[in-house]
Design a protein around this ligand. Structure first.
Ligand code: IPM
Ligand code: MG
Length: 361
């Protein structure tokens, strides 16, 4: 039996609720597919600040570094918003990404036919949408130096963040984009703001150069503002979108709305080796609904499917989870975020339980 160590970091807000359901899925899959998943749970984000005064303790970082994969819920909440940036819950997420070298974030957005009316967009616009955002995750504005807020001699404050990319950073994320496009419909769109930002002018040049190694993939380019518009106007034109950190953060939230709810979208953060990876829903900690038991666990459960596929080569088990999710949706189960007016709503635990039943758990 193969054994896998998984660091489970539920975090804040709805994090613990959704991760609990995803952990149950892992247990059932472990039994069915004869894999020994060793789950080690630890505090991260605000939950860690409350106990250790820091969003990511050395022990938890060590745990993440020594695990085969990390499953993360969400971090942050109003309680910690007044804290200095350096110790905010979100720092834990950024530090994990950086320390684990997870420079590529895969965020698929796929329409479920039965949820087509859950989207605010017209059915004919979103029917058939199946795209993947490849977001650069350890560079750009999020990490660039200099950064911070300073007070000038005249009392004026000056805030700075720096968007910076080096050739190797662009090359490696471009390669991920081309590789995943190759396994899909072989279309890669690189999104930049090359008409204004020098950094992204370099981005475009490097992506074109890397593209020479992938003649079978059709490469195109779009400015980020146009892309934001095209995502709503005609999302079916997209297959794989590769873009820098901040653009990817924004565009992937936008893409999630094509599918009806951000509560449906999983993600995988990967690096240069298969040894390290982190899986998390793309949504946040949703403090407004935390503790009410109404969160949608599907994004986290689908993140487990991505974990099985990318980190553990368990394609059959991953497909089984995706099938189970489709089956419960087809049966009409809806958490609040995906329920149309008048449709009955199930709780987070009920949704998890229904998926477990589909999996034979
Ligand atoms: C995401 C989130 C994070 C980000 C926050 C919580 C730091 O929005 O994963 O998209 O900005 O990357
Ligand atoms: Mg985001």
């Amino acid at each position: 039996m193969s054994a896998f160590n998984i660091a489970v970091l539920p975090g804040d807000g709805i994090g613990p609720e959704i991760v609990a359901e995803a952990a149950k899925v892992l247990k059932v899959i472990g039994k069915r597919f004869k894999a020994d998943f060793k789950l080690k749970e630890a505090l991260v984000g605000g939950a860690s600040i409350d106990v250790y005064g820091r969003p990511l303790s050395d022990e938890v970082l060590k745990l993440a570094l020594s695990s085969d994969a990390v499953l993360l819920g969400a971090v942050g909440g109003p309680k910690w918003e007044g804290l200095d940036y350096s110790i905010r819950p979100e720092r834990a997420l950024l530090a994990l990404r950086k320390e684990l070298g997870l420079f590529a974030n895969l965020r698929p957005a796929k329409i479920y036919k039965v949820l087509i009316n859950a989207s605010t967009l017209k059915p004919e616009v979103i029917d058939g949408v199946d795209l993947l955002v490849v977001r650069e995750l350890t560079g750009g504005l999020y990490f660039g130096e200099p950064k911070g807020v300073e007070t000038l001699a005249n009392g004026t404050e000056r805030g700075v963040n720096t968007m910076v990319y080096t050739t190797p950073e662009i090359e490696r994320i471009a390669r991920v984009g081309f590789e995943v496009a190759r396994k899909r419909r072989k279309k890669l769109l690189s999104v930049d703001k090359a008409n204004v930002l020098e950094t992204t002018e370099l981005w475009r040049r490097v992506v074109i150069k890397v593209g020479k190694d992938y003649p079978d993939v059709e490469l195109s380019h779009m400015y980020v503002d146009n892309c934001a518009m095209q995502l709503i106007r005609n999302p079916k034109q997209f297959d794989v979108i590769v873009t820098e950190n901040t653009f990817g953060d924004i565009l992937s939230d936008e893409a999630s709305m094509l599918t009806g709810s951000i509560g449906m979208l999983p993600s995988a953060s990967i690096g240069a080796t298969k040894q390290r990876a982190m899986y998390e829903p793309i949504h946040g900690s949703a403090p407004d609904i935390a503790g009410k038991g109404i969160a949608n666990p599907i994004a986290t459960i689908l993140s487990v499917a991505m974990m099985l596929r990318y980190s553990f080569d368990m394609e059959a088990a991953a497909a089984e989870i995706e099938r189970a999710v489709e089956a419960v949706l087809a049966k009409g189960l809806r958490t609040a975020d995906i329920a149309a007016a008048g449709e009955q709503r199930v709780s987070c635990v009920q949704m998890g339980a229904a998926i477990l039943r589909e999996l034979g758990g």
